[in-house]
Design a binder for this molecule. Sequence first.
Ligand code: ATP
Ligand code: MG
Length: 583
Amino acid sequence: MSPTNSLSSGPAPSEAADNAPAEARPSNFIRDAMIEDLKSKKYGDAVIQTRFPPEPNGYLHIGHAKAICLDFGLADEFGGKTNLRFDDTNPEKEEQEYVDSIKKDVQWLGFEWDSLRYASDYFDQLYEWAIKLIKDGKAYVDDLSAEEIRQHRGTLTEPGKESPYRNRSVEENLDLFERMRKGEFPDGTRVLRAKIDMASPNLNMRDPVMYRILHADHHRTGSKWCIYPMYDYAHGQSDSMERVTHSMCTLEFEDHRPLYNWFIQNLGIFPSRQYEFDRLSLTYTLLSKRKLLKLVQEKLVSGWDDPRMPTLSGIRRRGYTPEALRNFCNAIGVSKTNGILELAMLEHFVREDLNKRAPRVMAVLRPLKVVIDNYPDGQVEQMEAVNNPEDESAGKRQVPFSKVLYIEQDDFREVPPKKYYRLSPGVEVRLRYGYFITAKGVVKNDKGEVIEVHCTYDPATKGGNAPDGRKVKSTIHWVSAAHAIEAEVRVYDNLFSKEDPNQLTEAQITEGKDFIANLNPNSLEVITHAKLEPSLANAPVETRYQFERLGYFCVDSDSNPAKPVFNRTVALKDIWARIEKRS
Ligand code: ATP
Ligand code: MG
């Protein structure tokens, strides 16, 4: 699977571009429209106004990050403003918990909204505008059931049929709509529809429903309303009320734009304009709130913030940085065709950012004891270690060295395979920041497994170089046994084992399986007795490190000083860098 053309159409993040005049920067069709509208003074002296409109029915995910970076990023670039507006028109699925998490996630990504709004703030105004449309003969109360409305709607090749209630008088419509509002009718018995064109080639224009009856309490308006506006009736007018100049949403709303414009024109209100861009999809990842909710409800993950989830709270806990995410969003840009990007590309941006900022430390995930027989008992030396070769200002630290150490089990082989240059009997290797050691013998348990390696060291090689210039073929990391901190380390793999988690085999379909069947059974490995160098004691939650030779890790929120817990954010191996190099 290859990345879509959106890769090349997006602006590449670059220092130089930040200082270039607006026209000269890498652009996209939405940004171009902004430049044009500012030039022609389409909105007079008004600044660019955008909004990010999440529905509070789940946690934000990486796809939302793309929308947020566009909405806030473009407005910022032109000195404009962005509102955070909760699209809370569906009381049955919306909750305060989601509102709170969304606010937190937007701020975490590094953006500050100008004004915090709720579509429910506009319920009174929307109701008044509905009455205006009724009075103008442009809306009517329909008694057809939802199913009948569907049947009357027609298809892409056949026109719809008009409802027998379509030509009710204005008076009757006003009376019925008022009584709908007062709660006189049960759920689903009547709706208010716009009177547009049942023969329109665009199905959205075939007398769309504006209001439905729903006797449900709303998280903000309580029991005040028992009729609620549909998304299409609420969205454009909310934009208009906020004087949104450029209203960005994903491509599936393209066919809704004529309706968006119809309401604005027929109400004679501020002419917000909608622009549609491609929805972000990633391999091995699902970005549908409904499906993510199912994972949470069925306890297939530990919660919305499970580090395997593509939610912003999940990847934050996993150790992703907001900078990495913003860089990724800038690099992918926007286009007019949906495609699927490699998850490896996102991971590449995470590594690239962490490489610059994460201090290097030594940690051993699967410990094997090494005893240096000729090292003095009880002696401890402090070895000087560089914190970050990419950042001199990060300085240096001391790492204790002693007679008994831990190394990775993988770094020793009693019988080395071909081209294995790490520790094995008779072979000399470098201990990072330590000494050259040579393996001399092993101790085994009853099962014949090596549980201890005995070595000798060369005192002349302190710091890692031999005065006689002799070379070793590998450098391995270690932790002093007496000084080690024990920790739990959670190592993650893709949550799904298929590139497209929605893809099912014939057999899976006949068995009635869904995407759940494609969960990767090995997406979480818990390592309980990892050994960390002592500088990691009491590291605060979310602190990120590179464990040398292993990957990037961060302190999990389950961590406490008595029992530290680390998440592997991402391994060191960079598949994306290789793909890029090849192409
Ligand atoms: P879902 O289908 O998962 O419920 P949604 O689009 O209904 O997602 P909203 O809360 O309505 O979710 O989304 C808020 C904004 O984020 C919308 O403008 C939407 O277009 C955008 N958005 C949602 N998912 C993506 C995505 N995968 N890529 C880019 N933008 C997205
Ligand atoms: Mg939505």
